[in-house]
Design a protein around this ligand. Structure first.
Ligand code: PAF
Length: 288
């Protein structure tokens, strides 16, 4: 496994592979790798000749400096895991390698409003920051396929949109959420939960499962999407350390909150919930 720090060495290493006709799969990460990331790497390993993982804690996608400071950095352990899953190249640049000129204006991406609800409403500029780094990584690595988790459902939808609107020549592969046995979605942030908070955290997904059952078993006229949202909010808030930031029932394609049920709509419930000081996100498909 090769570890590169500069754009130049990464590009130079990949050119001959691409010229030999090898397919390149990219898994962009911010490190602190867990089984969720590893599931993306396993899929990339199965579908490509050459697997690249990037590890870069992208400062411009953090709107809260405290969150950036506290973001776990576990490079040594990450490299070990990457070696074990058969990753071929790890690109782990410093911030100044990616953003050498702090005065240069960053590109602005047209996101058709996909960045407005949910994460976008609470983390202004977050998705522009994600698009900047993901687009840069695509230009450096020029992968045939890139892998993203469905836990960040809005991010995945926005990256798909960016690739389509810029007519980038690669396939975006979405991968299912990986959960602990008790249902908690894997996240690098889970390691910041206290023992008590960790015990309560699975109630987020349990509530989403109950909500899905409720919708499927209740006549549509008896519960509106807003009533369902309120029910989920009340359930989650009833646990001592949990504080919902947003709960939304949205159309899977437009990400816009829905007002009423319509036959054939593909719907997903997305939530962000504070467990103590740790912000967790999760989602569940209602109808697909
Ligand atoms: O999902 C993440 O870990 C990050 O948002 C990503 C896609 C690696 C961009 O920094």
């Amino acid at each position: 496994m090769i570890v590169t720090k500069t754009i130049e060495e990464t590009v130079n290493f990949l050119i001959p592979r691409r010229n030999q006709g090898k397919s390149i799969g990219l898994v962009p990460t911010m490190g602190a790798l867990h089984q969720g990331h590893l599931s993306l790497l396993h899929k990339a390993r199965m579908e490509n000749d050459f697997v690249v993982c990037s590890i870069f804690v992208n400062p411009i996608q953090f709107n809260n400096p405290e969150d950036l400071k506290k973001y776990p950095r576990t490079l040594e352990a990450d490299l070990k895991l990457l070696e074990e899953v058969g990753c071929d190249l790890v690109f782990t640049p410093e911030v100044k390698e990616i953003y050498p000129n702090t005065l240069e204006p960053l590109p602005v991406y047209e996101l058709s409003g996909l960045d407005k609800p949910m994460e976008g409403a609470f983390r202004p500029g977050h998705f522009q920051g994600v698009c900047v780094i993901v687009h840069k990584l695509f230009s450096i690595v020029r992968p045939k396929r890139a892998y993203f988790g469905e836990k960040d459902f809005q991010q995945l939808a926005i990256i798909r949109h960016m690739v389509k609107s810029l007519k980038l020549d690669l396939e975006i592969v979405g991968c299912p959420i990986v959960r602990e046995e008790d249902g908690l979605a894997l996240s690098s942030r889970n390691m910041r939960l206290s023992a008590e908070e960790r015990q309560i955290a699975p109630m987020i997904y349990k509530t989403l499962q109950q909500a899905r059952l409720k919708v499927k078993s209740t006549p549509k006229n008896d519960i509106t999407p807003n009533q369902l949202k309120q029910w989920i909010t009340d359930q989650i808030s009833s646990y001592p350390s949990l504080k919902p930031e947003y709960i939304e029932v949205v159309d899977k394609n437009t990400l816009q909150p829905i007002q009423g049920w319509k036959e054939g709509n593909e719907l997903i419930v997305c939530v962000a919930v504070y467990d103590g000081a740790v912000r967790l996100i999760d989602n569940i498909v209602l109808f697909s």
